[in-house]
Design a protein around this ligand. Structure first.
Ligand SMILES: Cc1cc2nc3c(=O)[nH]c(=O)nc-3n(C[C@H](O)[C@H](O)[C@H](O)COP(=O)(O)OP(=O)(O)OC[C@H]3O[C@@H](n4cnc5c(N)ncnc54)[C@H](O)[C@@H]3O)c2cc1C
Length: 271
């Protein structure tokens, strides 16, 4: 990150990143601490060389990170282009978009998600399959998080709990040392970054049979104003009756995965 960002943008990244304590915390179903596991990472020192703080894990807000990465590239990055296919031409790769246009380059990075069109062409044997899990993704305002959770859940890399149904709760804090809008203004010549408040990401999920995301269940959630009440949601799963303590939940998702690719698919030779 240090190497790909300008010094100004690196300063914004540093100022908006939560450098967490090197632990993963496991909670009991009542949200008390069961275990706090040290989670040092041998790659941290190399990865975060140049950061304000010593080695550690970086929790970042995805939208802020995107705005930092995009800064100065506005006239280079194009949106609303759907890749249909690519072809290798000598040492070049040419991509064909759905709108009939093409673009060429040295390398194609297929970061186009779980239903990747690039992967479908490069490794057609890999199938996208249901992972057997459903999840609901939400955010807790930080004040609610402080009320409900042990302080470690706000400091550590990641916090997880599960109950007797194996329905899981995952929590990750995003605490901005400097609010992103202020960091952009102060450190990167007035770069405009959207204002965001500290929050805790929460994901509640489980196997389909224990955590069904059917239409009726979801209608009930939505009728309750999209509030994802952490404790109720966690303890009763989709049978929830709303007690407001969360922010809008994101669309519930059925999680997918991909069957492994053959080693040949990772070779660097052109097709
Ligand atoms: C609920 C949930 C929570 C998660 N939380 C975390 C977390 O806290 N930390 C973490 O590190 N990871 C997290 N992950 C995992 C992380 O989101 C994914 O690993 C990551 O987003 C994958 O990145 P990607 O670029 O491969 O695909 P994506 O993020 O899915 O992005 C793919 C992009 O490609 C575009 N696209 C698709 N098809 C085409 C096409 N044909 N042409 C052009 N563009 C196309 C899509 O519109 C999209 O913008 C989470 C995942 C889930 C589901």
């Amino acid at each position: 990150m240090h190497e790909v960002l300008t010094p100004e943008l690196w300063a914004v990244f540093n100022a908006t990143t939560q450098w967490t304590a090197p632990f993963t915390t496991i909670l009991n179903p009542d949200l008390s601490i069961l275990k706090r596991l040290p989670t040092p990472d041998e790659h941290d020192a190399a990865l975060w060389n140049g950061a304000d703080r010593g080695p550690g894990h970086a929790n970042v807000d995805r939208a802020t990170l995107r705005q930092i990465l995009l800064a100065g590239l506005e006239d280079v990055v194009e949106f609303e282009k759907r890749l249909d296919r690519y072809e290798s031409r000598g040492s070049q790769v040419v991509v064909h978009f759905a709108d009939g246009t093409t673009a060429g380059g040295d390398v194609l990075v297929g970061a186009d998600g779980i239903r990747s069109a690039v992967r479908a062409q490069r490794a057609p044997e890999c199938e996208t399959v249901d992972a057997g899990l459903g999840a609901i993704y939400g955010r807790l305002p930080i004040a609610k998080g402080r009320d409900l959770l042990p302080p470690e859940a706000l400091d550590d890399i990641f916090t997880i709990a599960w109950d007797e149904r194996k329905v899981f709760l995952q929590l990750g804090s995003v605490l901005f040392p400097t609010p992103p809008d202020r960091a952009g203004r102060m450190l990167a010549s007035g770069l405009q970054i959207q204002r965001r408040d500290d929050y805790i990401v929460l994901i509640v999920g489980g196997r389909h049979e224990r955590f069904p995301l059917d239409r009726e269940t979801m209608s009930r959630w939505l009728a309750n104003g999209c509030n994802a009440p952490l404790q109720t949601c966690w303890r009763t799963g989709p049978r929830v009756r709303s007690r407001s303590c969360g922010r809008a939940i994101r669309r519930p998702s059925s999680l997918s995965t991909c069957t492994p690719a053959s080693p040949a698919c990772w070779s660097l030779r052109p097709e």
